[in-house]
Design a binder for this molecule. Structure first.
Ligand SMILES: C[S@@+](CC[C@H](N)C(=O)[O-])C[C@H]1O[C@@H](n2cnc3c(N)ncnc32)[C@H](O)[C@@H]1O
Length: 320
């Protein structure tokens, strides 16, 4: 079985190390650009933007034959072309058009299967009909808002919500830790949720005056979750704070213990070297998903989103 993992540009070393730590070192072929090809069963690789499952190596001849061979397997394909780019473009031109239309806010991710393929060398292609991301090379096209959000940080949260296929909306009560200047708070409020933003720094005035947004100018580490959820239960907790990993683990634990349990979406920021030990500890938490998004920098996103809670059931259909 062949499984391939695509790293984001600049994060190849993180992915390679993660695969080695999972024992896949001996099954790893020489890197093909940002693509790591293994002769092994898939693992949950946090640093993979897009994982290619059950990839096949195809011996191909002409451009037309390559396109026919892919088309025979399924309709929609996206190419990854660190080599032979011109040839890959000629093949793509012969394949059915795949819409790359940017998504509007609250629009669900595409459900049609999108395969990935690459030309390993002339005459040899690696192709997978089933991939972990519904977006070409794991990169979602989003209709950016030029006016409204005070920074572009909302794109990271938007991508994370697409990834987990859930999002808050009217009726949800969100806590946004490390919220300022307010990109995430802006997005959550735009989706219709009410938001308590927590940050010693103030929110941008345009976000602060939005309806259903309030702000507490204090440290997230001093908050007592129980004291906040007395009136309306908190349904989602977000954090975009840079802090030492052990502090972050404690913060996650504190919010995880709240009953009824809110959904959690936390950025895990690495200062200096990537801490793979912490990654392992976070991944081991019950219900945790850990992923590196296209809009993530040197950081991962942690999601602990249980299947329960009515207001969270704005779930999107999953790719068949
Ligand atoms: C990367 S920024 C967050 C950006 C935000 N998500 C947005 O979309 O605009 C990190 C924020 O964390 C805040 N922060 C750092 N330590 C904090 C703490 N202990 N409690 C609350 N906020 C904290 C900083 O003041 C800063 O505003």
């Amino acid at each position: 079985m062949i499984t391939a993992y695509l790293a984001a540009e600049g994060f190849e070393a993180e992915l390679a190390e993660e695969l080695r730590r999972a024992g896949l070192g001996p099954m790893l072929r020489p890197a093909h650009g940002q693509l790591f090809i293994t002769d092994a069963e898939p693992i949950e690789a946090a640093w993979s933007l897009n994982t290619w499952f059950d990839a096949e190596e195809l011996e191909v001849g002409s451009i037309g034959e390559t396109a026919r061979s892919l088309r025979a397997r399924q309709r929609n394909w996206s190419s990854y072309a660190p080599l032979h780019r011109g040839r890959a473009e000629l093949v793509t031109a012969k394949l059915p058009h795949v819409s790359g239309r940017p998504l509007a806010l609250a629009e669900p991710p595409p459900v049609a299967p999108l395969g990935s393929w690459t030309m390993l060398e002339t005459g040899r292609v690696l192709a997978a009909t089933r991939c972990s991301s519904p977006f070409p090379n794991g990169r979602p096209a989003l209709q950016e808002r030029r006016q409204g959000p005070p920074s572009r940080a909302y794109l990271k949260l938007w991508e994370a919500l697409l990834r987990i296929r859930r999002r808050p909306g009217p009726g949800d009560v969100c806590v946004d830790l490390g919220a300022s200047p307010g990109g995430w708070t802006w997005l959550l409020s735009e989706l219709g949720a009410s938001v308590l933003a927590v940050d010693k720094a103030p929110l941008d005035a345009s976000v602060a005056r939005r309806p259903k947004v309030s702000w507490r100018g204090e440290s997230a580490f001093g908050l007592r979750p129980n004291s906040l959820s007395d009136t309306e239960p908190i349904t989602w907790v977000f954090s975009d704070i840079a802090c030492y990993p052990q502090r972050l683990l404690a913060l996650v634990d504190q919010w995880r213990a709240l009953q009824p349990a809110p959904a959690l979406l936390f950025t895990v920021k690495f200062q200096g070297a990537t801490d793979h030990e912490v990654t392992d500890q976070l991944r081991a938490m019950e219900g945790a998903e850990l992923f590196h998004l296209f809009h993530n920098k040197h950081e991962l996103t942690l999601a602990i989103v249980g299947p329960h809670r009515a207001s969270r059931e704005r779930a999107e259909p999953v790719q068949p």
